[in-house]
Design a protein around this ligand. Structure first.
Ligand SMILES: C[S@@+](CC[C@H](N)C(=O)[O-])C[C@H]1O[C@@H](n2cnc3c(N)ncnc32)[C@H](O)[C@@H]1O
Length: 297
């Protein structure tokens, strides 16, 4: 596992939104239940001891929910009905983290943003990259309509294509692109479909193109929370939130192997590990995400 020695540490989350490798979005991504205010972040050394503690808690949760996890679309439509555009914020850290795209000065480059939500990943890029064309989609109609209300949409309409599309059931009927983003999307989809989806994506990324994947890692605090409650588990590493959306926690090797099977080479793979704090309430949480870049060969 690669650590993140080059990233900002000791950041005040609220005051350093633009530079931070960890934004409020990622913190909110454990949104089950009441939203909490965390105001400080430090690097975390995810030790073997922390891992073993997590494994113990996770293994003690043996009760599987007997529930229907199909028709996730309905749950996400509800999510966007209530949260509109204000739940996640623009993920500015992508500018720093997706250097392959950011440094690409060719006259025209294309990006496929899959499960784009309201566009929090592609808007920071479109803002500074004049040579970028975005093909984005989400299976939530409300998310797509909400994405169109962003202040950058109208004046960039000629290079932002948005549509309603289901990664599981639909073909991706967009041109093949130079770059791809999968930002906290596969975790929302039953892992049974991951392989089929990755095969589909492989056909939509040009040779030498790069896909940026960021999502939950196994043993993240959110998984431990689910395990402690003992009423969210659907399957191994797969949980259902109160709002019925899914949350899958990835194993680094497992996800790399899946991409590698479909002509993607891992070019960068790291576990982003942070302690987040609520200093007022003296609460600390260990958050873990995977950030992996895959090059199409
Ligand atoms: C946690 S949100 C992340 C949104 C966005 N990528 C971001 O970073 O802000 C997960 C998104 O995946 C979308 N999604 C879930 N399952 C999908 C599917 N089968 N096809 C397309 N989009 C899907 C949801 O509607 C939701 O917008």
């Amino acid at each position: 596992m690669e650590s993140n020695t080059n990233e900002n540490t000791n950041n005040n989350i609220n005051n350093n939104e633009n530079e931070d490798n960890l934004s409020n979005n990622d913190l909110n991504n454990s949104w089950d239940g009441k939203k909490k205010e965390y105001d400080f972040v430090h690097d975390l050394e995810f030790t073997e001891e922390l891992k073993q503690n997590a494994i113990k808690i996770i293994n003690e949760d043996n009760i599987l929910l007997n529930t229907d996890i199909t028709n996730q679309n309905k749950n996400w439509e509800k999510f966007y009905k209530f949260n509109k555009t204000n739940f996640f914020q623009d993920r500015h850290y992508i500018l720093k983290e997706f250097m392959e795209l950011n440094n690409d000065t060719r006259p025209s480059i294309s990006l496929l943003d899959m499960g784009c939500g309201v566009g929090n990943s592609f808007y920071p890029l479109i803002k500074i990259k004049n040579n970028l064309i975005v093909y984005a989609f989400d299976f939530s109609n409300r998310a797509i309509n909400n994405a169109k209300t962003h202040k950058l949409y109208e004046k960039n309409k000629n290079r932002i294509f948005l549509k309603n599309l289901d990664l599981v059931n639909d073909e991706i009927d967009y041109p093949s692109c130079d770059y791809g983003i999968l930002m906290f999307v596969l975790s929302a989809i039953n892992p049974e479909y991951h392989e089929k989806i990755i095969e589909k994506i492989s056909n939509k990324i040009n040779k030498d193109g790069v896909v940026f994947f960021r999502d939950y890692a196994k043993y993240d605090m959110a998984q431990i929370r689910f395990a402690q409650r003992k009423k969210n588990k659907v399957d191994e590493n797969l949980y259902m939130r109160k709002d019925k959306t899914l949350s899958y926690f990835f194993d680094q090797k497992e996800i790399e192997n899946l991409f590698n099977k479909y002509n993607f080479q891992t070019i960068d793979s790291k576990l982003v590990s942070r302690v987040i704090e609520n200093r007022k309430e003296n609460k600390k949480m260990n958050r873990l995400w995977l950030q992996i870049k895959f090059k199409k060969i």
